[in-house]
Design a protein around this ligand. Structure first.
Ligand SMILES: C[S@@+](CC[C@H](N)C(=O)[O-])C[C@H]1O[C@@H](n2cnc3c(N)ncnc32)[C@H](O)[C@@H]1O
Ligand code: SF4
Length: 391
């Protein structure tokens, strides 16, 4: 298990490297991540070479840094050959200082998992796996368009537990017709398979997805706000009850087992975003730049090969924008935000009337003089709380 020192603290948000693998074996009907299905084999060495080219540009922007975590996300990174993963990790170490033992996570789908590949990823340096289990009943897995069944999921969980020092898995709840009793039962089963970290997401109907069309046509009904709140609260109670409370809106861990990489995002640290559709935040002097790359994989490859990177946007964020982003990310965390840091960016105190109103209604609270956080009730209306404090 990770120690507290290895996950840093909010005054040291760290520097993460994110690498995006943009391909999946099939597109899930709820998903709006940058993931694409290709019926021809993907030229993995060509992607490796492009990743390394883009890393050189990110290194030019970031300057020398010590990496505190690496995350290979997707898409389905477990469609990468172990040799591809190894080459990507070796590439990162060419551009930045990568201390031994830092968290190196890879997302994996239960359907694309075999023991030999897992051993290969482990040998390449991956020490944490995040599995997209999504549901623990076959009917809902089918409804979610997944290629795996419960048996595959349990096999993948078992392998991940045996092979990697750390593992987590994702579930999606607030599915159509899901009762709180059914979810409680499924979650209790899930926690019995978990090691020390779980990501539990409420189903979001994303614009442009097949689920969005069905939802608009009234053919897919998800739990309403009140029912979602009941499901959310049951989730908090069960995970807290087994010592894996939420440390972020959707993420639950035993103390010390939090995802170091995701903490860097939420604590508004820096990260290099490599690959199609990846985002980055890099501090340069007193500025922070936001980078975004081309989303379409083949177009991204073309850009990288022609101009040395696939970045289509590099925006210098003003102090106000940085303060807003810090608030937006930091209030997702149970530890909340460091007010001194927020004030040094925004140049002001939180509006006293708004703050008082939110405190009196039980949505936020102060932790000593220097931290502000959402209460569990505030987490349920997080967007409104952020909007209130930001303006
Ligand atoms: C980028 S996906 C990658 C994981 C991997 N490709 C998989 O699906 O197994 C990360 C996670 O986001 C969650 N997710 C994606 N779309 C979602 C949605 N519309 N609503 C809720 N959760 C979603 C799923 O739990 C998924 O495992
Ligand atoms: S949920 Fe995962 S497997 Fe499904 S399309 Fe999205 S990224 Fe691919």
């Amino acid at each position: 298990m990770a120690t507290f020192s290895s996950i840093g603290d909010s005054t040291d948000p760290g520097f993460g490297v994110y690498v995006h693998w943009p391909f999946c074996a099939a597109k899930c009907p709820y998903c709006d991540f940058n993931s694409h299905v290709r019926h021809q084999p993907v030229d993995q060495p060509r992607f490796v070479s492009a990743f390394l080219t883009e890393m050189a540009e990110a290194r030019r922007l970031s300057g020398p840094r010590t990496v505190t975590s690496i995350f290979m996300g997707g898409g389905t990174p477990s469609l990468m050959d172990p040799a591809t993963v190894e080459a990507v990790l070796n590439g990162i170490a060419k551009f930045w200082h990568v201390p031994d033992g830092i968290e190196i996570t890879m997302e994996a789908n239960p359907s694309s998992v075999e023991a030999t590949r897992f051993h290969g990823y482990r040998a390449a340096g991956v020490n944490r796996v995040s599995l997209g289990v999504q549901a623990l009943n076959d009917r809902d897995l089918k409804f979610l368009g997944r290629l795996h069944n419960v048996e595959d999921a349990l096999k993948a969980i078992g392998l991940a537990r045996d092979i990697f020092p750390r593992m987590s898995f994702d579930l999606i709840y607030a599915r159509p017709n899901q009762t709180v009793e059914a979810w409680e039962q499924e979650l209790k089963q899930a926690v019995s398979y978990a090691v020390d970290h779980l990501s539990l997401y409420q189903l979001t109907i994303e614009e442009g997805t097949p689920f969005y069309g069905l939802h608009k046509a009234g053919k897919l009904v998800v739990p309403d706000g009140e029912q979602s709140a009941v499901l959310y609260e049951a989730t908090q109670d069960i995970t807290a009850g087994i010592g894996m409370p939420a440390y972020e809106v959707s993420n639950h861990a035993a103390p010390g087992a939090e995802s170091r990489h995701n903490l860097t995002y939420w604590r508004y640290g820096d990260y290099a975003g490599i690959g199609p559709g990846a985002h980055g935040r890099l501090t340069m002097g007193s500025s922070k730049i936001a980078t975004a790359t081309e989303r379409k994989p083949e177009e991204w490859l073309r850009l990288v090969e022609e101009q040395g990177h696939g970045m289509i946007d590099q925006e210098i964020l003003g102090l106000d924008e940085q303060a807003d982003e810090l608030l937006l990310m930091g209030l997702r965390l149970k530890e909340g935000i460091d007010l001194v840091r927020w004030q040094s960016l925004s140049g002001r105190e939180p509006d006293p009337d708004r703050e008082q109103f939110l405190i009196e209604h039980g949505f936020i609270e102060r932790l000593g003089n220097s931290r502000l956080r959402c209460t569990p009730a505030g987490m349920l209306i997080l967007d409104a709380v952020v909007a209130d404090l930001a303006c």
